[in-house]
Structures are given as C-alpha cells and as structure tokens.
Design a protein around this ligand. Sequence first.
Ligand code: GTP
Ligand code: MG
Length: 199
Amino acid sequence: MVIHTSEFVISNTQISKCPEPNRPEFAFIGRSNVGKSSLINMLVGRKEMARTSSKPGKTQTINHYIINQSWYLVDLPGYGYAGVSRTDREGWGKMIENYFRKRENLFCTFILIDSRLTPQKKDLEFIQWMGELNLPIAILFTKTDKPKQGELIKSQKKFKEKLLETWEEMPPFFITSAEKKVGRDEVLRFIEDAIETGQ
Ligand code: GTP
Ligand code: MG
C-alpha cells in the first residue's frame, strides 16, 4: 500500500467521541515505551505524526488518524507503566476495555512486543484477554535493530513457545524496527489485504 495522506483526526478518552465507525480500523497497543508511536510514524512515513518520547507514558488518550481517506489508524496509550497512579491505571483499563468491547469497525489490533525482553506477564495477559474477546490480533516485534541477530532469533523463539502454550496457532507475526524502517512493507501489505478481504 502506498500512503498518500495521513491526518490526525481526534484524541479523546471516550469511545462515544471516536469518529463514526464507518471505515476499517487498525489499532496499535503494547507496554509503555515499546515503540507504538514511533512505529506508526515509520509506517505512515512521517517523522512526528504521533508524538513519541523516551519517557514512558507519553500517549494517554485514544488517537485517531485517517490514512488515504479510507481507513483509521489508532495509537493507544501503553499498559504496564508503573509511574502512573492506581486511579490512572484503573481509568486506563476502563477506557481500553470500552474501546475494545465496543469499537465495531476494528479490523485488527497490532500488539507490540519489545524484542529485547523475555516474554512479559503483562503482554501475555493482554493477548489472552484479546483472545477471550475474540478479537483479531497480530504481533509486532519492536526495536529489532537493538538485539544481535542470534539474540533476536532466541527471543522470538521463546515468545512463540510461550504463546503457543495457550494459543492453538501463532497469530500473524512481524519483525519491525522504527529506527531502521524494517517491516514497513509487510505490515502495510497485511493491512491492505485485511481491508480488501473485509476482515
Ligand atoms: P507510550 O506512548 O509512552 O506508551 O510509548 P510508545 O510505545 O508510543 O513509545 P515511543 O514510540 O514513544 O518510543 C519510546 C522510545 O523508544 C523512544 O525513545 C524511541 O526513540 C524508542 N524507539 C522506538 N522505536 C524504536 C526502534 O525501532 N529502535 C530503537 N532503537 N528505539 C526505538
Ligand atoms: Mg506513544
């Protein structure tokens, strides 16, 4: 897919204020600082469309962008950031839960996983929860410019083994690096296919 246009639409904390669910939607989620906003910028080919930060907890709201005037891309706030209060975490939980339970035009959610880490409980729990809701997911391994090739292969293998303890088959899986622009074509092709086949 060629990205012709990408525009910010709205940022909010309420599902009722999200744009009309009249176009296919793709969401990006993962632990704070995993690289969601950076990856989104890499995919759309813009430096600072989504705000990024070296400090975790930058994205706090549901952010809609419209791509090629035909589909929505959503940058969501990260989970598992210890720096926010319990009340904020509960607020996050409610907002996200509402979003995933109610957003009827959601085609697929990309769950971002830091390729440098061993399988994290928070990620596995989130993936499990999406499975229980019966929502389609794809996994994006992030920051793969960081680990050495051998380490990357090992961490991938570990993650897949862990996931397959509870999942019958691996969801779609992509290796990415916002830094080195790895995975762009593959992820955009996946989105294009999903839109074409209507799922
Ligand atoms: P929150 O909005 O806080 O949940 O974070 P986020 O997941 O949106 O992460 P963000 O894109 O803001 O990036 C967090 C940090 O990771 C920044 O310092 C980025 O420069 C860095 N980063 C993101 N992607 C990559 C990557 O592909 N490679 C490397 N080496 N660093 C990256
Ligand atoms: Mg962010």
